[in-house]
Design a protein around this ligand. Sequence first.
Ligand SMILES: [Zn+2]
Length: 351
Amino acid sequence: MKIFPAVSIALFFFVLTCMVRSNETDIVKISDDVYAFIAHGPGRDYVDGNSVLIIAPQGAIVVDTRTDPKTAEEEIAEIKKLTDVPVKYIVNTHWHYDHILGNKSFRDAFPDLTIIAHSNCLKEMDQFVPNSLGREPGTSQEQIKTFRQELASGTDSEGKLLTEYEKTRRQRVISDIESFIAHPLPVYSPPDITFDSALTIYLGDLEVRIFNPPGGKAHTIGDAMVYIPARKLLVTGDVVVAPVPYALGIYVPGMIKTIEEIIAMELDVIVPGHGSVLYDKKYLHNMVTLLGSAYSKVTDCRTKGLNVDECIEITNFEEYRSMFAGDDESNWSFTNYFSVPVIRSIYRKEP
Ligand SMILES: [Zn+2]
């Protein structure tokens, strides 16, 4: 793991998102009492979420607990180097695996801690997480087998030649899955306390506001964001994902409303759910433009009476691709995590 002082981060913004090595994390010092653990590239198949450490003499808060016990334990070891105070609270920003599967590791390391989440986040965790934890190794073994065959033949399942990026991606997935399988499976560890609209924690003088986005439904139906007014710092969870917005299963009008509300907040630092720390709001403005365009294009499809597949067939966002995606894995993410999923999300979620 590396520690980058905040001042140099702007220079590293693009580079960091491209530095993709298994289970690596960059620790960004935002202030003397706040550190961001920036997970490896958001374009990965084996996705890992960012995490944030807030330190006060009365105890520490950690926002999100990473994607598996091994990664969480690596972060806990780093936290213990940064502070002697125990972690008192965990905030889960939403129920997705890459943000909550380290909960149990944190609980084991800090037995007195309390895990906080939105009430709908707990409902979704209970619904989706416990029954799926055991499935990973089986499906992953199949994936490894398929990717090994494709690498050996140099072609994909349809016989198309693999590009260098596609080869690298397959090698990386194999290595990530092998690392996952080599470690104990995560144990489900749900929140202890839920909130509906907002909850404020006072660690001495440090006020930490936890709130559901003003858009209500945004990335999920149970998002939590964390705001520290004294640091003008917002931790967004996956409402903001950089350098390419994540659109699988999102609620587009709620996302737009939420991002607009974030833009109106007094902020110096924004820690997204994936990707590098943001020090201005340019990316948020780009997100509003892109999501607004998606909503309007899908509205046109509906006006023409097209179904979702017909809309996907005739709709693209190529005019925005260069604004978000470079020649690296971001480009793959733009297609796979945004262009098509956003259309499906709007069709699925909107009346
Ligand atoms: Zn995520």
